[in-house]
Structure formats: structure tokens, C-alpha cells
Design a binder for this molecule. Sequence first.
Ligand code: EPU
Length: 293
Amino acid sequence: MKYRALIRDCPLGELNTWGSGGRCLWLAAPSSVAEALSLIAEAREEGTRLYLLGGGSNVLVQDGLLSAGVISTSALTSIKLTEAGGAMAAEVEAGLPVRRLLALSMEKNLGGLAFLTGIPGTVGGALHGNAGADGESFAPLVDGIETISRDGALRVWSREELRWSYRASPWSEDPLMITKAWLRLPFDDKDNIIKNIRYFAELKKGQPIGAKTAGCVFKNPPGASAGRLLDNCGCKELAVGGAVISPRHANFIENRGGASSRNIYDLAEICRKRVFERYGITLEYEVKFFGTF
Ligand code: EPU
């Protein structure tokens, strides 16, 4: 691998919000789509498995050596705004932190983004997992998304081609990397934006803000809250090593210090089993796995 901004044998613990996991073969942060394309082509030639890392707020990285390269979107953070047809068109690179987009929406009086309040990570990550709150998400705002497929092809998905559903990516086969998205943001009144941000902040009050977590571990099953089911099964404060089910919200696992990814996974599986035994429901993971568990 000849790539310049490349760190070999890179520890991933500091690059994810759980603060757990081992090292990867290399980590690279391309600063343009062209660099990303050549990096992916090179890795393909070498037969190196690849993972894509955004803000690291929804991933569980295996302990020890992850025998793969990791591409970070941290150097792809530009945003271009153009006023068009009574709305603001925004071309946003995937690595832009969600909180920066939210701050910009306040500054420029742009509506539709208050759902991002309290959501960590990057725009690319939020699009990939269709992050949201209270039924709101990026979906109605997205005009198109540019991606690179696992075989290294650049593609633009139009609004009509994107199939949004709850906490799932909008395409049938996941591409390797989201590079940018085009958003259409309606103008809104500042007071209304602030009111909406307060509303979404209020929804997060029962969550363990400030603790080392990866947000909700499991998706909500249809018609139910995974957090409530886990709570009903007595999961709060169960622990494996330094991994503890949050006493505030049972769908969050806190790393209270020194938890390995194995500890976190084992704890999640214990809780998942409890829910299955009591309710016959198999909870589906919302977090993404880097490596094998
Ligand atoms: N509840 C309990 N015990 C718990 C947790 C929740 O009884 O330990 C109850 C609550 O009292 C409430 C109900 O379950 O009556 C629903 O809880 P909450 O309002 O916290 O919502 P949620 O369904 O658990 C979802 C999203 C969150 C999002 C919030 C707010 C999922 C998996 N979770 O949580 O998203 O922030 O709504 O809109 O969709 C995430 O995806 O990472 C995430 C944090």
C-alpha cells in the first residue's frame, strides 16, 4: 500500500465511542473521492479486506488484530451551500460531523435537521444507518448520495432510487463507502428551529449522555421498544468486565473502564437471550461489527 496519509498497525480504540477493540492493518483518510477510489482499487489488488469508519459512534471493533484496512472519512468534511428555488441545496461530504451540520442549520435558518440533536457521528454514518429520532431522519431531505461500491465503482443514487426504512441503509446491497450527499433543506424560522431542537433534546433526557456508549445497541422490533423489553427482563446494571447495561436506558451499554469488545458483545448476547426467552423476540443489532465475534 503506497498511500501517503496511512497509519500502519493502527489502534482503533480511540476512534470509536466505546473505546474498545484492537488494531487494524492500516488506516487511511483520503481527502478526495479520487484518493478514495485509488486506495480502494489498490486494496482490491492486494486482496485486503476493507472497513469504512465514520465517527465510530455505532461500531464494535474486534479485540486483537483486525486483519483488514480501515478507511476513515475524517478528511472529507466539506459542505457547499447554494440557494435554489426557496430552499438551500447542500452538497455535504460524508465525514462532516452531524453536530456541525446541526450548528449550520441554526446559523443559516435551515429546517428539517433538528432530529440530529444529540446524535453523534458523521453525516455518512447517519445516512448509512438511517439515523433518526421520533420517526424523523434524513430521508425526506436527500436528493442524492454518491457511493463507492466494494468493487471500486463510483455511483450516484438519485432520490427515486433510495429505499429508506427504519435504521437501514437505503439500498439493497451496501456500498463500501458513502462519499457525499446532496440535501435540500427548507428555510425555517429561527424560533421554530430552536423549539424543535429543544423537543429532540428532551427525548434524549433518559439516555446516558456523557457515558462511553455506541447509542442504542439493538434496533426496536416492530411496535416495541428494545430498551423497555431489556429493562423488563432485568438487564439494567448487568455487567461483563467493564461493560455495564446503563441504569438509565437498557438499550445502551456503557464502557465503565477497560471493557473489551468481547465483554461488550457477551453482555449484549446475554441480554438478547433474556429477551428471546421471555418474549420470543430476537433483537436485531443496530451497531455494526468490525471483524468477527
Ligand atoms: N424504556 C424503559 N426502560 C428503558 C428504556 C426505555 O421502560 O430502559 C421505555 C421508556 O420509558 C419509553 C419507551 O421505553 O416509554 C421508549 O423509550 P425511548 O423514548 O428512550 O425510545 P427508544 O425507542 O428506546 C428510540 C431510538 C433512539 C432515539 C430515541 C428518541 C432506536 C433503537 N432507538 O429509543 O435512538 O434517540 O428513540 O427518539 O430506534 C439509537 O438509535 O442509537 C438511538 C439512541
